[in-house]
Design a protein around this ligand. Structure first.
Ligand code: E4P
Length: 214
């Protein structure tokens, strides 16, 4: 499973990139707003740091607005993926952009039907939002299972990005299901390599090492 970082923060990206664990980056308008810097500047800096795909989202709601923004964003770097919301206008834009060779990530997917339509429209990636589904009392990971089955049934090339990830359990379950990618918040990522028993184990070894004649 590939690891994407779900952040607009370059320091969070550099920290994990030093470990060789960043396969790509996703952003959204909320994450970009936190950086308090121009959208294009943030995205281009990330694209220089990371060689894998970097998703940058359009904010227009009509097909024409989305196409105009997407064609502009796609010129910012060779590894750009344009994030398009899961709407009728968005599907039309994805259909056109896929024929122009512009990679797309269809975002805000909350049902298997939406995912299936995005695959058929030509999306490069689809992003089911597991955490936000959990928030309304349903099981977000069930949607990932369903989308994986649909992808396998019909041989879609579209990659599934498990998004709105909130916990280590989400990442582990995504890998068990066989999702292509999990996009993980920069603040959550370090907890993936930590375990309290590892820290206890190191402390005990160091304590015992003092008893070894030097
Ligand atoms: C990723 O593509 C999404 O923008 C992101 O995972 C949304 O996460 P949230 O539900 O925590 O805002």
């Amino acid at each position: 499973m590939k690891f994407f970082l779900d952040t607009g923060n370059i320091e969070e990206i550099r920290r994990v990139n030093r470990l060789g664990l960043v396969d790509g980056v996703t952003t959204n308008p909320t994450l970009i707003a936190k950086e308090k810097r121009p959208f294009k500047e943030v995205i281009q800096e990330i694209c220089r740091e990371v060689s894998g795909p970097v998703s940058a989202e359009v904010v227009g709601l009509t097909t024409e607005e989305m196409l105009k923004e997407a064609r502009e964003i796609a010129t910012w770097a060779p590894n750009i993926v344009v994030k398009i919301p899961m709407t009728e206008a968005g599907l039309e834009a994805v259909n056109i952009l896929s024929k122009e060779g512009i990679k797309t990530n269809v975002t805000l997917i909350f049902s298997a039907a939406q995912g299936l339509m995005a695959c058929k429209a030509g999306a490069t990636y689809i992003s089911p939002f597991v955490g936000r589904i959990d928030d309304i009392g349903e099981e977000g990971m069930q949607l990932v299972r369903d989308l994986k089955a649909i992808k396998d049934n019909y041989g879609f090339k579209t990659e599934i990005i498990v998004a709105s990830v909130r916990s280590i359990a989400h990442v582990q379950q995504a890998a068990v299901i066989g999702a292509d990618i999990a996009t993980i918040p920069g603040s959550l990522f370090p907890s993936l390599w930590k375990h309290p028993l590892t820290d206890v184990g190191i402390a005990r070894f160091l304590e015992d090492w003092k008893k070894v004649p030097q």
